[in-house]
Design a protein around this ligand. Structure first.
Ligand SMILES: Cc1cc2nc3c(=O)[nH]c(=O)nc-3n(C[C@H](O)[C@H](O)[C@H](O)COP(=O)(O)OP(=O)(O)OC[C@H]3O[C@@H](n4cnc5c(N)ncnc54)[C@H](O)[C@@H]3O)c2cc1C
Length: 434
């Protein structure tokens, strides 16, 4: 399939990030007979949990069905924010003010944790305090964003200010939004490099990583668990599952609590001289207030735009999503109309029914997942927390999400048949009255 917007040699299903950091192959030859902790899933959750456990002297084996970092962890937008999927007001209605503040504070701590990991482990991943611009998609959204500034500054100590539409071009080269909010302490990183660097550090600290090794079953026994993989069986004292949007039906109890949703991304060719200065003068990451959100940013070297969102009701092919994402980009940044696409990919994020992450123990198996598309910092953070819980460090391992019910729905088994309808409905709500 060709298209005038496809650059020669365009790559489908291969993230732009993999050009400089593709998930490394790890040649572990032989399964050990027994480990202290077996970790299923080698993304940020699993690798971060492994690091904390290795630091406590535990023997760890990480299994990934593909390669460490192959899932969302090397496909994401690399935007590190402080907001959860639910607003502070919504959380307050559900849990009371103190708990709501604690939940958002924890997202802030997750950002600090990633910054700390980057520094302490010398992770080369283009981490930058670039700030975020959130565009108001409808006029009334500007007021909603403005109402957040006080609580963010006064109750959470987070810098935040509004930019009216008249000044908007100082942030983003568009008149499409009705002004927006700036969070100067949001950050960005190169997600593929973060995954590859975490893999490197886990190996350097003595962790064992088995790629191309799907875990097919985990069965409890007298001394722990028997873990069955495609390479054979091993015994493990404890098990952590960090499979997020790629959780399969070998974990039916987790599977039916997660809603896997495809998120689609393109990267463009390098922009013509001067265009990045015009469109993204401050090189911030950006998102907007739509329900079906778009998120975008300059590439770490500042040459290209990386644009993500959901452009089809049902899951689709990256050849189909690419021109649609390009059209969505041009609706906001029309000057991009002739800049072609070099990469188009997708990944599965995991939503939960209450739009909050879940971390805990079910049937003796530790897990952390359901980051609702904001796991670039929450996955490393809650991976660390789940490891602390496993180590029996109750106080350090506590999170604001403990005891939040990990909900499911009657007859739901993990295939979101309702997704297409929900996307169409949300898209209608986004457009109506605009
Ligand atoms: C396109 C996209 C854009 C995103 N943008 C952002 C963003 O800008 N900011 C942000 O905060 N978050 C973002 N996210 C979300 C973020 O990337 C994820 O929340 C985070 O990476 C989850 O990490 P994880 O380790 O839990 O899961 P993953 O990285 O998805 O890893 C799960 C792993 O489990 C493995 N696996 C599954 N089943 C088995 C099995 N049976 N045996 C062995 N291995 C198994 C898979 O192969 C996979 O590698 C985005 C996600 C996507 C897809």
């Amino acid at each position: 399939m060709t298209h005038p917007l496809f650059a020669p040699g365009i790559k489908f299903d291969e993230p732009y990030w993999w050009e400089t950091a593709s998930p490394p192959e790890v040649m572990e030859a032989k399964l050990p007979a027994r480990v202290d902790v077996a970790i299923v899933g080698g993304g940020y959750t699993g690798l971060s949990a492994a690091l904390t456990l290795l630091g406590a002297g535990r023997e760890v084996a990480v299994f990934d069905a593909e390669r460490a970092g192959w899932g969302c962890s090397s496909r994401n937008g690399g935007q590190i924010g402080i907001k959860l999927r639910r607003s502070l007001d919504d959380l307050t209605r559900g849990f009371g003010r103190a708990r709501a503040i604690a939940m958002v504070r924890e997202k802030m701590e997750s950002r600090a944790y990633v910054a700390h990991l980057v520094e302490s482990e010398r992770l080369d991943c283009d981490f930058t305090w670039c700030g975020r611009f959130v565009g108001a998609y409808r006029p009334e959204h500007y007021e909603t964003l403005a109402a957040e500034v006080g609580p963010l500054e006064n109750e959470l100590g987070e810098e935040c200010h509004m930019v009216p539409r008249s000044d908007q071009r100082s942030e983003l080269g568009t008149d499409t939004y009705f002004g927006g909010q700036v969070l100067p302490r949001n950050a960005s990183l190169h997600p593929g490099k973060l995954a590859a660097e975490l893999t490197r550090v886990v190996l350097a600290k003595g962790g064992r990583i088995f790629d191309a090794t799907p875990v097919a079953a985990v069965v409890r026994n007298r001394d722990g668990f028997t873990v069955t993989t495609t390479r054979g069986k091993l015994e493990a004292g404890e098990v952590i599952v960090g499979t997020n949007g790629y959780t399969g039906d070998m974990f039916p109890d987790l599977h039916r609590r997660l809603i896997p949703i495809g998120s689609y991304v393109i990267a463009t060719e390098p922009l013509p001289d001067g265009l990045m200065d015009q469109l993204m003068p401050k090189r911030r990451v950006t998102s907007d207030t739509r329900r079906v959100v778009h998120y975008y940013r300059p590439s770490p070297d500042g040459t290209r735009i990386v644009w993500g969102g959901r452009v089809a009701a049902s899951e689709t092919d990256c050849r189909v999503s690419a021109p649609r994402l390009h059209a969505a980009m041009c609706a906001i940044l029309p000057e991009m109309r002739d800049v072609r696409i070099t990469h188009s990919w997708m990944g599965f994020v995991a939503y939960t029914f209450n739009h909050l992450p879940s971390v805990g123990v079910r049937d003796g198996i530790h897990y952390s997942m359901g980051y609702c598309g904001s796991g670039a910092s929450m996955a490393p953070w809650l991976g660390h927390k789940v490891a602390l819980k496993l180590l029996g460090k109750e106080k350090e391992g506590a999170t604001a999400f403990d005891d939040v019910k990990f909900e499911t729905r009657p007859l739901y088994t993990g295939t979101p048949w309702f997704l297409a309808g929900a996307v169409l409905w949300y898209r209608f709500l986004d457009q109506v009255g605009r």
